[in-house]
Design a protein around this ligand. Structure first.
Ligand code: ADP
Length: 397
């Protein structure tokens, strides 16, 4: 079965056409600058040259039309007819407390996505537009919404409640939701298979370290805690996000820099993290190069990032009263051997023993711990599109 996976942003739309029988990516691509001047589609079919089409895309519906045209194009396409696509799977950010699993889209689901606009103001409107654009372009085709918040829904109140007046939870749903859920579910599931852990009781920590970074703790594949919160701002230090800070910093900066709360939040989301500390870059390759050249702030940024991850791992081991396996994923988790190694240096008290030779490899599924390590540590590359295609298949077949 062929599943089209869509990740719609406010002015962009990423897609992959996946053959679920073989889990092969038949084509992938990106529409950029939707609704702006200079929009273009970059289409990468398997075993064929990339194809770039510069054409006005006033709306997401036009973008979806162009994607479908590219997929059936006699020269650059990978299928003969749109009917070969059996279903569409959408990445959707927020489902509040309503859905703890993926669902087939209907009017009720679209209403939930809309009701969650205040909780995901940047993503949910774009996700809904993506769903509606596909409905228009492919009427009657089954569509599935795969929510980034679904995995975190198994957390208990002790993990998700913020210690603020309860009425704000009741009135607005202010609580920890967690994000990157599709990745955490995929990677924790694969970790259990890879290490042959007990499916009902195993304790797993997944470190999803990319430009956005988060960490989750799960028991028997069910999330018990995760580091992102009401929004993706909470938790680890990230490329440009601060992660955990004292909330009073917002008031201090607003008063002393004469900024609005929105402006301070913009700083915390876009100008902070390792970029903010280093002043160099949000990209770990640039940071490592700068630190090697003697840039002290770049070194502090890297050290602070590593320290925060290690502290979270420690707190999740405490929360679960143990851990069987720790998996690294995301651009940094999969590729940055030095950062991985330094995080693991903090974990000696758990009996973690890293094999430096294995840890010098990148991008592949593997153990980086030695066979006698008390906790298994591994790299499990994430694949959110494949996860969305699998969830879609499971619901429509
Ligand atoms: P996101 O999906 O959140 O945008 P990614 O998961 O693609 O981010 O991760 C991006 C990060 O991964 C960047 O900081 C980048 O420097 C880092 N990264 C990618 N490849 C390497 C590598 N070979 N060595 C070190 N860091 C890498």
């Amino acid at each position: 079965m062929k599943v089209l996976v869509i990740n719609a942003g406010s002015s962009s739309l990423k897609y992959q056409l996946i053959e679920t029988d073989t889990e092969e990516v038949l084509a992938k691509g990106l529409c950029e600058r939707i609704g702006l001047e200079g929009s273009k589609l970059t289409h990468s079919p398997e075993n064929k040259d990339d194809y770039v089409k510069e054409q006005e895309m006033p709306t997401h519906t036009t973008a979806v039309q162009l994607v479908l045209e590219a997929l059936v194009d006699p020269e650059h396409g990978v299928i003969e007819h749109i009917d070969e696509i059996s279903a569409v799977g959408h990445r959707v950010l927020h489902a509040g407390q309503v859905y703890s699993d993926s669902v087939i889209v209907n009017d009720d689901v679209k209403k939930v996505v809309k009701d969650c606009f205040p909780l995901g103001p940047l993503h949910n409107p774009a996700n809904l537009i993506g769903i509606e654009a596909c409905e228009e372009a492919m009427p009657g085709k089954p569509q599935v919404a795969v929510f980034d918040t679904a995995f975190g829904q198994s957390m208990q109140p002790k993990a998700y409640m913020y210690a603020i007046p309860y009425k704000f939870y009741e009135k607005y749903g202010i609580r920890k939701y967690g994000f990157h859920g599709t990745s955490h579910k995929f990677v924790s599931g694969r970790t259990i298979e890879f290490a042959d852990l007990d499916k009902s009781s195993c304790k797993v920590i997944v470190c999803h370290l990319g430009n956005g970074a988060s960490i989750s703790a799960s028991i028997g594949g069910k999330c018990v805690d995760t580091s992102m919160g009401l929004t993706p701002l909470e938790g680890l230090i990230m490329g440009t996000r601060s992660g955990d800070i004292d909330a009073a910093v917002v008031q201090f900066l607003a008063n002393n820099e004469n900024l609005s709360v929105e402006e301070v939040l913009n700083i915390l989301n876009k100008e902070s993290g390792v970029l903010g500390i280093s002043g160099v870059s949000s990209d770990f390759r640039d940071l490592s190069a700068a630190a090697e050249d003697g840039n002290e702030r770049a070194q502090v940024a890297l050290d602070a990032f590593i320290y925060r991850v290690a502290k979270y791992i420690g707190s999740y081991v405490a929360a679960m009263n143990g851990v069987d396996a720790i998996a690294f994923t995301g651009g940094i988790g999969e590729n940055d051997c030095a950062t991985r190694g330094k995080i693991c240096e903090y974990l000696g008290y758990l009996g973690v023993n890293i094999d430096p030779e294995n840890n010098s490899k990148r991008g592949e599924e593997m153990y980086i711990s030695t066979p006698d390590s008390k906790v298994k540590v591994m790299v499990i590359p994430t694949n959110e599109e494949l996860a969305i295609a699998r969830e879609t298949l499971a619901l429509v077949k």
